[in-house]
Every structure is written in C-alpha cells, then in structure tokens.
Design a protein around this ligand. Sequence first.
Ligand code: NOJ
Length: 795
Amino acid sequence: MKTTLIRPFLLLVSLLLIAGLGLPPASAQSKPVPNAQLASKQLNARVDALLKQMTLDEKVGQLAQFSAGYATGPGASNMRYDDMAAKGQVGSFLNVVGAEATNHYQHIAVEKSRLHIPILFGQDVIHGHRTTFPVPLALAASWDPAAVELVAHYGAEEARADGIPWVFSPMVDIARDPRWGRIVESAGEDPYLGSAMARAWVKGYQQGDLSKPDSVAVSVKHFAAYGGAIAGRDYNAVDMGEITLRQVYLEPYRAAVEAGAATLMSSFNSINGIPASANPLTLTQILRKEWGFDGFVVSDWGAVAELRNHSIGDDATVARKALVAGVDADMEGNLYGTVIAAQVRAGKIPESVVDEAVRRILRVKFALGLFDHPYTAEGPAYDATPERRAAARKVAGETFVLLKNDPVEGVGTLLPLTAKAKKVALIGPLADNKAEMLGAWAVTGDPKYAVTLKTALAERLGDRLLYAQGCELLSGEDANVIKRVNFGGPVAADAHLPVPDDAKTIAEAVETAKKADVAILALGEPTNWMEGEASSRVSLGFTGAQQQLLEAVAATGKPVILVILAGRPLELKWAAAHVPAILLAWSPGVEAGHAVADALFGDVNPSGKLPATLPRAVGQEPLYYAQLPTGRPAHGDLSHMPGNSEEKFMSRYMDEDNTALFPFGWGLSYTRFSYSQPAISRAEVPVQEVLANHSPVTTVGVDVKNTGSVAGTEVVQLYIRNTAASVEQPVRELKGFARVTLAPGETKHVEFPLGFDELNFYSAEIKRTVEPTTYKIWVGGNSLATAETSLQVVE
Ligand code: NOJ
C-alpha cells in the first residue's frame, strides 16, 4: 500500500525537477552535479541541436582560442582574425578588451558565420579589472572570504562592461615556495585556507548564475599542481606522490569545482612524468568522473603546442593526447585548428571526442546567455569610481600583516603613529611609485589612479612629512636582472632605472631621517616583472641597494617603521632582528597609500595573518607549517614536537634553525587577545558516525577576549593533528578559522564544527577515509597555537 502511494509521488517530484529546475534525469545523478546550469536538460538540448548542424571544421573552430590583443605569453599567432571569425574558425579570444573591440569580432561571428555562434572573450582579471584591489596573496592574508567575494564581484561587473564574460581567475595553486614568483597570485601554502578562498572567488564571479548580466564564468587555474614546480622555477616539472597531490594540491581545485566553476585552465607543468595538459588522471578521471565537472578546460597559453617540448610526440600526437585527455580548447597554440580535423578524417580520433569538447564549450556559451545577448553596451568605463575606491581601501586594510611592533626605549610602541611623531621621514623607492602599488597582473588597472604612501602621508602630515627616495629598486643589480624586469619596456618611466650613485642618495636619506622623530621605510621588490609569471628568484632579499638603505637609516638610531610592499614572502632576518615595527602591506592596489596610512595611524587596526610562512633563509624553502613528521625531529621544529638540541643526528641544518621567522597564520594587532581553554562538545565519537555522513559530529568552542584598549579583529584558527593514522599525517593542519571583531574588554564565543570533511585523509588505497585515532586540536591566533584539546575517534 505504502509503496504504491510513494512511487507516483516520487515520479511526480522527479518530473517536476527535470522540467522545472532543469536537473538531469535520475539516471545521470549518480555523479555529482556541481553546476546545475551546465547540467540542465534544456540547455543540453540546445547544445545538441546546434552540434547536429555543425561541420567538422566548424566544430574544430570552437576549440581554437587566439590572443587578438596584447600578448600574455610567447609567440602570439597574429592572424587574420576577421576572416577567421567569419568562417567560424575561432571559438574564443583572449586579450580583446572593451565593448567596442569585443563587439567588432562578435558582430562578425554572429552576423557573418554560417551558424551565428557567438565568440567567448576571456581575460586575466586577477585582483580587480579596472579597479585594482590587493594582490590575491594579500587577499588571502585577510582570511576573509566575504572580502574576496566582493573583489570578485566588482571584477565581474567591470569585466562584463568591457565585453568580457570569462575571467582567467581564480588561481588556486598551492604555493609553498616563495622562489616561485606566482605565489603572489595564489592564496599561499594551505589547502584549507586555499579552498575557502577558491570558493569565495567562484561565488563572487559567477554568483550562482552565469546568465546574470554582471556574472562571469571563471577559469580555475592552473590545473593541476602548477605551484609544486621543482626548485620554485616557473614552468618546471612537478613530482609528488598521489596522496600529497590529492590531499594538498588538488583540494582548492576541488573546492572551486564543487562551488560550480564553469571552466578550468590546464597547466604547463608535468605531474609525475605526465604533462598536465595531456593528463587523463587529472583531466578525466578526477575532474570529470570523480568531481562531476560539466564545463570545459582551456589549455594555458601554448601549453598544447609545448607538449612537443615534453617529448611526448609530434604535433599530431600531442594534440590528440591533449584532446583525448580532456583539454577542450587550445589557447594560442593553433595546434587543434591545424591538426585535429585531419586526424578525425584519418580515423585516428573518434569524432565523438571532438563533439564532447564542443559540447562542453557550447554549454558555457549558452549558460552565459551569449546566444541571446552577444553584444556589450558601449558606455563609459568603470574607472576608479569613489564607491569602488572606498571598497579597495577597506579591503586593503584587512590584508596588512603586522609582523612586529616591539616597544622602543623611551618611546613605546611605534605603531600606531601618534602626534608625538612631530616630523616623519618617509624613505624608500616604494614610497612614491604609483605603478608599483598595483601589483603583478594588474592588466587593466591604470597606475594613474594609484595613491602612493607619500601622497597619503602628505595629506595627513603636511609639512611635517620629510621625504627621500634613498635608492632605486634595482640599483646595483646585475644587468640581466634589470633587463628581465624591464621586459616589454619599463612599466613606469621612474620604476626600475638604476642610478649610478646609491651612496649619495642613501646619504641624503640618512640626513632626512636625522631631521625626523621617526623614519618610515617603504621597501620591497618590483612587482612587474619580478613577481608573478616567469619571475622566479633564488634569493628573497630586498632588491638593489634597499638593504643597505635600511641598515644606514637604522644606524642613525632614529626609530624605524618598515613597510614592506611585495607579493612574496621575503627574507627578513636582519629586519626582524633590528627594526622594531614591521608592517607587511603586500601590493595593496589603487588605494595603497590611503590604506597603509589608515593602518599606520591606527584608523584601521591590522588584522591580516600570514597565508604563507616567512623563512629565516631562502635555503629552508620550501618551508611550510604542515610538514610531514620525521623520525628525527630537531628541537624547536614546532613547539609541540620533542627533540634533543644536543644530538647530532637530527633533521636540521648546520647553519640555521628549522623554524619559520614568522609562522603561518601570524599577525599582530594594536590590541591583544586571550583565549580560554578550548572545550569539545563530544570528546569521543564512533568512527562509523564520522564516515556515515558529512555533517559535523562534534564542535570545539573557545572564548576569545580583547584584553587591550582598542577594538580589533582576531582571526581565530583551529589546527588538528591525527596522531595514529595508517598514512602519516602533517604535524598540524588548519581545519577552521573565523574573523572575530571585539571591542576592548569584549569576549566572544567561537565554535568550530568538526566532521568527515575536516578529519579525513587519503588512505594508501587513495580513498578519503577516517580511522579510529586521537586528534590533537589547538585553537589560537597562529599555527603555533598552544591552547589544546583532543578528540577520540573510536571503533
Ligand atoms: C599564461 C598564464 O600562465 C595564465 O595564468 C594566463 O591566464 C594566460 N597566460 C593568459 O594570459
């Protein structure tokens, strides 16, 4: 009786779901459906109807992507794009910016090509489009997914207004080696923080609905494990076990796909000997079969053609391998366009493989509404509106990490600056350089809108501000370094030109400091092209004569505040030992100067925390907190690890500690926070309960109190260690965080849920699992947190 009633009801619900919500039929629901729009039946029916009308050449045309504007890689094709668009030989363009330029090609494609298929325009929108926000590594330092979502949404809105419905962002590569210049584009070293940021980027760009006029499709990059490049050298091979690959490096991509990411970009590197742009394990098995991804994969610039350099075959072979493995679109390779059709005709590639790639691309075009609204309204650009500038300033204020603020004898702490500092000397090559404020990959950001620290401090201090540049960013560097940084011409006329006489300008800066009560030094490294793509370094010091400048100013005995403007962890050992106050401000974007001044004067209380470990010496790299254990831990590796400082045969360096100079999660405030003993709601949980579902099985609660005299925001962090797993686990892993704002004297209770998602790991059989064990749990303000509790997972 019951069954007869239930069956028609279920059938009705299924029919309603299929018809109304556009979900796939029940038979297809065994695989996850991360993006219901791309899986929708109606949409796929439109795709199939169009596909049926397409010739093989038209299909291959959809797979081809070209850069019809400026180049963001080597060897741009520079072809007759008007003709090609009219013949349906271009599926997408990159680097065509603006309503007018994109409409030009779109009119040709839609009005002149046989099937009127619109072109998809993609662009590197990395940390804002017209309005430049802080670089992604800085945004990760905010530990504020809501801020990232906002930045993404502004970027989407501005990109769409410029005719760009597809952004090559977010970059979610785990970056554990700051020699790799692209760490600036990442969320740093940690898979949990990286996944939170990945979700926020996708949500902010796509807003859960690609058809909205201010949504853009993301391209999550660079799939996969591009950040694991051996020796931190860009484009280099990646070689790691599958457990580390999945548990650490793939996690943020998985998070992005689960959040509905419409496209991914395949990377340049190989993974364990198989190039990522021809890798069936990552592109098909993991991405499509395990994660249920229905969007398309575009190669990185020329990555398909570069497969030749990986020595896996000739043109025809590498193009076939890439396509069959799951790279659907060929960015600036022009290899699919020239060799795929012939191989299909020769029976070497089944046409169904081409069909599937075209289907994936068309799905995204339909979901974005390009067939219904192919053109972009021409109107004024969004350049630097007051509302956007205010948002950029506020967000930047959340990203600064106060590394150190020690009291100076007779003065007290230097930050925040008070009226006691009557004369302030601002010194350094980054104190008044607009272009450098925007950071790497500010493709469409215009330096003319950037506010420097000199401008912002002058607004506040008037003639109480003294200034000296001190040196150039690259003075004294090797000619090759200067040539590489100036690639494509100097970014700004005043940016990177070495001056012959550092001694003279440093002496002038010293004299300026002597006239002041406090000296603020703005130092770092050039952002273009010393950070970002193809910008690996073997040293992590300040460039040029900046270290000399710092030491000379410090030698005056005047109190020094160091503001670091850089997009990677630098080697700060001397500064940490000799400079009382250090603010890591990254590359803050268009409102840089105002935002840094807000923090220096205490209008904004710093709350950023390090998303990447700062080393004592470059030779420690890759250095990250979530290390796997060693049988011979050195004393002081991490506070909770035993060791013997006298023993020779331990895992350590002869000439340096193992520990970080500033650990992951570190960041001070102008106030102080205290933590209660963490309490766990259930200290013992059966393993079956954890395995049975993905909801929390227990919670860890802690009271956090602002014990200082000003309001502040603390990023409360929870770390775990699995002490008895069948596969060894890191000595600590971040598994929860929360930004908590507290008035002076205020206490708030923070709860962290724990369940399968936080407790699982990959078994030797490459399955996510949880076993009976004890988890140590710490809660605190950084990765050395000591307030501890534990959880027993029992049989
Ligand atoms: C190469 C870079 O690796 C990638 O991040 C970027 O999106 C493409 N070029 C397109 O500019």
